[in-house]
Design a protein around this ligand. Structure first.
Ligand code: PXG
Length: 464
């Protein structure tokens, strides 16, 4: 069969998929029995499946399609680049115009103290690069004991060995005997689930101080870095209380460890600023990036490196033995440049901050009035609804965590919209080009989905 212009019935595709394709993060036995959904084309915020249904892409693919699907300008730029130079490496004293132009552009968009980028092909590779880079930095600085990296429980930094280790997903750690030694996890700033006995403000400070305690217990002379997402995405859109990042900043300012802001989801406009760390007034030493860098049109990631770390790594005048065949791939760089040009020209970051962001937030937060919703939260264009059995007693979760989320996610799909379920939270992270009219459709569909879910739960005895 050919890869495009689908001519095949859904069932035939599902059977072939089940026979030969191992999917990420999937229980393959049950998926093969159920059959996959097949997406055949997409335009703007709309997907089309193999049965011809139109579906609102409430997750921007997988948190990445900032500029919407099907932008001719990006595919033209890639096509042109492929004809001119489809591949060359950036090892052995060589470079090429797309990698150079993209680096200059990223340096301009990043905060003033960040002017250099190291390329890879994904967010996971970016965090593997971070892992080696921060430890090597301290070696070069003559502090080889500074090796421990502090991450957070329920953080997500990818699924490679270093990415899984830095992340705080216990189920992932169990597969492959991870984390690797030298990674320490502290609590996450999840007020709704873990801090509700305090005010959000007090909890923000309290949980930030877990970082201070960890550094002091391990010893500042042994800690290399702290890594965190500005807002945890895969962990369930955990938006920290207002007091959290300022307190973390105070702790970091008083101690000599590196701060790594994982911008894979929050970068490139998701929160209404170019980077999530800028949104929260943080000053990172390293920023892993991916996803929105190319809007997912081609795979590309990178680590944005501050002048301080670049200078440290160059101190000894030695090679950093790290790199990938596809570091700075010309076609991917061309896609990234075209994507960033669209974001700049259309003022998409500003639009999230002052137009579509506030517009969707206002409507999304009202969903908290629904009897299934314990909390609605949203910053920029990323939000969550916490589903609970009794909204008057909101912090008491459903039994068998995850089942209700899956019911709601399936109901959403049946209503023509992709929402992602994390535990029993429903997540939304739509393309940043969402129009007001599409935002209205998103909210109406979410409301209908909550009603449908409530009916199913009532019928099946979940609501008592
Ligand atoms: N850091 C963060 C903050 C991420 O969200 C990665 C690193 C890893 O990126 P790659 O490109 O290696 O996947 C991510 C990825 C989900 C989901 O189910 C989230 C991600 C990837 C796949 C699924 O929410 N985030």
């Amino acid at each position: 069969m050919t890869a495009h212009s689908n001519l095949y019935p859904t069932k035939a595709l599902q059977d072939l998929d089940a026979a030969h394709h191992w999917h990420p993060f999937s229980d393959m036995k049950s998926l093969n029995q159920e059959g996959t959904r097949i997406i055949t084309s997409a335009d703007g915020v709309w997907l089309t499946d193999s049965d011809g249904n139109r579906i609102l892409d409430g997750m921007a693919g997988l948190w990445c399609v900032q500029v919407g699907h099907g932008r001719q300008e990006i595919s033209d730029a890639v096509h042109k680049q492929m004809n001119e130079l489809s591949y060359y490496n950036t090892f052995f004293k060589t470079s090429h115009p797309p990698a150079i132009a993209l680096s200059e552009k990223l340096a301009r968009l990043a905060p003033d103290h960040i002017n250099t980028v190291f390329y890879c092909s994904s967010g996971s590779e970016a965090n593997d690069t971070v892992f080696r880079m921060v430890r090597t930095y301290w070696d070069k600085m003559g502090k080889p004991d500074k090796k421990v990296i502090i991450g957070r429980w329920n953080g997500y930094h990818g699924s490679t060995v270093a990415g899984t280790s830095l992340g705080g997903m216990k189920g992932m750690h169990e597969q492959g005997n991870l984390p690797v030694p030298g990674v320490h996890h502290i609590d996450q700033p999840y007020w709704f689930g873990e801090g509700y006995e305090m005010s959000p403000e007090d909890f923000g400070v309290h949980v930030a101080r877990k970082l201070e305690q960890a550094i002091d217990e391990i010893g500042e002379d042994k800690v290399a870095a702290f890594i965190a997402e500005p807002i945890q995405g895969a962990g369930g859109v955990i938006i920290p209380p207002e007091t959290y990042w300022p307190e973390v900043r105070r702790i970091l300012d008083e101690r000599d460890i590196l701060f790594v802001s994982d911008e894979v989801i929050c970068g490139f406009g998701r929160l209404g600023d170019w980077f999530g760390s800028s949104h929260y007034g943080m000053k990172p030493d390293l920023m892993p990036i991916a996803k929105g860098l190319t809007s997912g049109y081609l795979p590309m990631g990178g680590v944005m490196v501050s002048d301080r770390v670049v200078e440290g790594l160059m101190l000894a005048g030695e090679e950093f033995y790290h790199g990938y065949t596809y570091s700075g791939h010309p076609a991917c760089a061309a896609a990234a440049i075209a994507n960033l040009e669209i974001i700049e020209r259309e003022g998409i970051v500003e639009r999230v901050k002052s137009d579509i962001g506030p517009y969707l937030q206002e409507r999304w937060l009202k969903l908290a009035n629904h009897e299934l919703v314990g909390e609605a939260r949203m910053t920029g264009l990323v939000g969550a609804l916490e589903l609970v059995p009794d909204a008057r007693n909101p912090h008491k979760p459903f039994k068998n965590v995850g089942t209700v989320g899956t019911i709601c996610r399936d109901a959403s799909f049946a209503n023509g919209m992709v929402m992602r379920a994390v535990r029993d939270s429903m997540i939304i992270s739509p393309p940043l080009v969402l129009t007001h009219e599409e935002a209205d459709i998103l909210i109406e569909t979410a409301e209908k989905t909550l009603n449908d879910t409530w009916q199913i739960l009532k019928k099946d005895g979940w609501l008592g």
